[in-house]
Ligand binder design. Sequence first.
Ligand code: AMP
Length: 180
Amino acid sequence: MTTDEKSYLLSTIRDVPDFPKPGIVFKDITTLLNNENAFGLLMDELVKRYEPMNLDFIAGIESRGFIFGAALASRLKTGFVPIRKKGKLPFTTVSEKYSLEYGIDEIEMHIDAFRDKESPKVLLIDDLIATGGTAEAACRLIKTLKADLVEAAFIIELGFLNGKEKILKHTNFYSVLEIE
Ligand code: AMP
């Protein structure tokens, strides 16, 4: 993707100050999604990168990771697996805890999410990586199920929070747009 294309995509993402709490600048991707040129350009880029990797599954983190993950899975003809907050999945789950600024959270996957595939090739995706706590827990979760986690991909990386370092302990890292 060219620098101009990246600048264009960034220009379609809306900054909402002080959401969900004072001091946070929320990166609102709904303004990228409702723009057919931006959404199309982004998905074409992801297809180009991941088509040659012959993935078996794309795992998306609740909830905005579902949007990009499911759209990409459909384009690549892979399965899609949701990684959800604790208590949302109806069948037997495996779970991982992770630390937040205040307290602890937990994410889950269905125990049979990758069906009976031997060492399935999996891509993890979310809309944004900040501290990397959520995505790191998701990496551990995917590996618990004996999958081959090929890469973790993010549309936006908040570079100043160094989340990338946490991911690189587990798998390859890719972000489409980096915000310094
Ligand atoms: P973290 O675990 O700190 O990397 O946080 C990542 C999760 O929180 C992702 O699912 C993001 O969608 C969400 N998130 C964190 N910070 C922001 C932000 N500034 N704007 C939008 N979403 C955010």
